[in-house]
Design a protein around this ligand. Structure first.
Ligand code: NI
Length: 253
């Protein structure tokens, strides 16, 4: 299994080594959010064979990041275990007053993705249409993108597929009241889906309310199997293959 999007900051877990140990036969792609995460994430990928990373600056830091932070991201994009740029995008949930700054940071990082031919991992919250438009205008056609923890509509999902896009599916799919995402999983081909946990957040049922960790990805896979009426094994095989393609990992496994 590949957890294509998680956070493994030491400070978030009682024992991060145990969390990593629990995924020892599987792969994790750890994502940075804050520029301050970068060093810790690079350490993780250099000390664990089964951990890879996507790096980038989350829109939450649009007002506070420095040019040097961006230079650091660019520097590590050449690292053989950095498989994408992310999570990047727009977040209007808490504020859209700094909309221009968020857009500028997003655009700069899409340009980096084009330059280094890296997959883009998108974070978008209450900003789907702007995110889509900026991506469409700035991303080179051949660059792949993944909407992590997708929460948009089925119609938008079909447009995103035309942009070489896929969808990260996590714990939200297992929530009892979640209907839209279940519909999307049912309607679209399995090839467009990646498994993710977004640990330590968004814990799937039956552990909702507790801290999440990558091993819980199996509950997301089980839910996809149930919705699509296929075997759990098939979901694991297909989503693993999807992730390897999405992040060009074939030669580095
Ligand atoms: Ni995340």
């Amino acid at each position: 299994m590949i957890d294509t999007h998680c956070h493994l900051n030491k400070e978030d877990y009682d024992d991060v080594n145990k969390v990593i140990e629990n995924m020892k036969d599987n792969i994790m792609i750890v994502s940075t959010a804050s520029p301050n995460d970068l060093k810790e994430v690079i350490d993780l990928i250099e000390t664990h064979k089964n951990i890879y990373a996507t790096i980038g600056i989350h829109p939450e830091f649009a007002d506070t990041y420095t040019e040097d932070d961006l230079k650091q991201v660019e520097k590590y994009l050449n690292h053989p275990k950095v498989v994408g740029i992310g999570e990047i995008g727009l977040d209007y949930h808490y504020t859209k007053e700094n909309k221009e700054k968020q857009e500028e940071l997003f655009r700069k990082q899409i340009i980096l993705a084009n330059k280094y031919k890296k997959t883009i991992v998108i974070h978008t919250r209450d900003a789907m249409l702007d995110t889509y438009n900026i991506l469409k205008e700035n991303k080179n056609k051949n660059i792949k993108c993944n909407f992590h923890c997708y929460s948009g509509s089925l119609e938008m999902a079909k447009e995103i597929i035309k942009l070489n896009g896929t969808f990260g599916i996590g714990g939200v799919l297992t929530f009892k009241n979640e209907k839209k995402l279940k519909e999307i999983v049912k309607e679209l081909d399995l090839k467009y889906f990646l498994l993710e946990t977004d640990s330590p957040y968004l814990t799937p049922e039956p552990f909702r309310g507790q801290k999440n960790e990558p091993k819980n990805i199996e509950y997301v896979a089980k839910k996809i199997a149930e919705i699509k009426k296929i075997s759990y094994k098939k979901v694991i095989e297909a989503t693993t293959e999807n992730a390897i393609y999405q992040f060009d990992m074939k030669n580095s496994l």
